[in-house]
Design a binder for this molecule. Structure first.
Ligand code: FMN
Length: 316
């Protein structure tokens, strides 16, 4: 059983520009999951909905689109449209912890309404033509919710159950609940993919030691910190800092073509650097300067200096 690594959806970060460049510079991801599409009830407002997943924007990139809704009709309609675009699998988001999403009983907020969730799943599995996978947390307030959720999920032919074993109330704090994950391994009949806090090669290795049968893993922030993590883990490739520099130069150039004005590009590059820079020795002073940069040209100078003067940390 070869290990398969999926790139987790990161809304606002891993849009098609990021995915295309990542796939070109660091191939080997089994599939990228796109950040959620949130269909409006009023379908005439849906013009921009599919932009991120249009096939012409994702040529050659293995992609699973994700839908965030608690209306079965909206899910079925959106999945149908995605199927027409050529997608054979769509993912349901049951993990988003954001206050505005949860208040509408969507994302992780939907996990609280188990009766409604069950009816929703019944309808979408009956009326959707493509495969449906689910990305979920283990509950909203308490670990005790997990048993019932697993029992509900077990009733449906879910393609893959992606489990991020945290509660909604954890957001990204605390550590993933491995006991809850084990429960799914023994109590849930279908295919499972683990997600959560695999930041470095040694984290993946430790996880595999603990769960020798579990070869599907999904990684988000770990790939933002080290875009070559899968290649280091799967093929023992040595990290190459200049390749990462080329990747970031390409992102900067693609964002510059897509956004209007340099400020949104600068903000985007700063956001990416917050995740990436801890990969490097003595990165703090560079990050400080990058955060203070007011122009893209200032950013580029500090970024170039980081690569010239520092190395990728060796204990990854
Ligand atoms: C900025 C950000 C945006 C995210 N956007 C999404 C999203 O659109 N859909 C989703 O299912 N999860 C989303 N997540 C959750 C991640 O996909 C993933 O489950 C989480 O980061 C835990 O995995 P990691 O520890 O490997 O990063 C987001 C997380 C972050 C930090």
């Amino acid at each position: 059983m070869t290990d398969q690594l999926f790139f987790a959806p990161l809304e606002g970060i891993t849009g098609y520009i990021y995915r295309n460049a990542h796939h070109e510079y660091f191939p080997g991801i089994t599939a990228y999951m796109a950040p959620f599409l949130s269909p409006y009830r009023e379908r005439s407002l849906n013009e921009k909905l599919f932009r991120d997943v249009l096939p012409e924007n994702n040529k050659g990139v293995p992609l699973i689109p994700q839908i965030l809704t608690n209306h079965a009709e909206d899910f079925i309609w959106t999945a149908g449209a995605l199927n027409e675009l050529g997608y054979t699998e769509v993912n349901l988001n049951l993990g988003c912890p954001s206050g505005t999403v949860v208040a509408k009983h969507k994302g992780a907020g939907f996990l609280e309404d188990t009766w409604q969730l069950d009816r929703f799943l019944e309808q979408i599995f009956e009326k959707t033509n493509c495969k449906i996978s689910i990305k979920t947390r283990i509950g909203v307030h308490s670990d005790d919710e997990w048993d019932e959720l697993l029992q509900i999920f077990g009733k449906y032919p879910i393609e893959t159950l992606y489990i991020h074993p945290r509660l909604r109330t954890d957001f990204y704090k605390n550590t993933p609940n491995k006991e809850a994950f084990s429960k799914a391994l023994t109590g849930y009949p279908g295919e499972i993919c683990y997600n959560g806090d695999l930041f470095e090669k040694k984290d993946i290795q430790e996880f595999r030691k603990e769960f020798p049968e579990q070869n599907l893993m999904m990684i988000g922030r770990g790939f933002l910190k080290n875009p070559a993590l899968h290649r280091m883990y799967l093929w023992e490739e040595e990290p190459d800092k200049w390749k990462i520099k080329e990747f970031y130069d390409r992102l900067c150039s693609d964002y510059s073509q897509s956004f209007s004005g340099e400020i949104p590009v600068l903000y985007k590059m700063k956001e990416l650097c917050i995740y990436l820079l801890p990969l490097f020795s003595n990165h703090e002073k560079y990050l400080k300067k990058i955060k203070k940069a007011n122009h893209l040209s200032d950013f580029k100078i500090v970024f170039q200096n980081l690569f010239r003067e520092q190395e990728i940390l060796s204990d990854l």
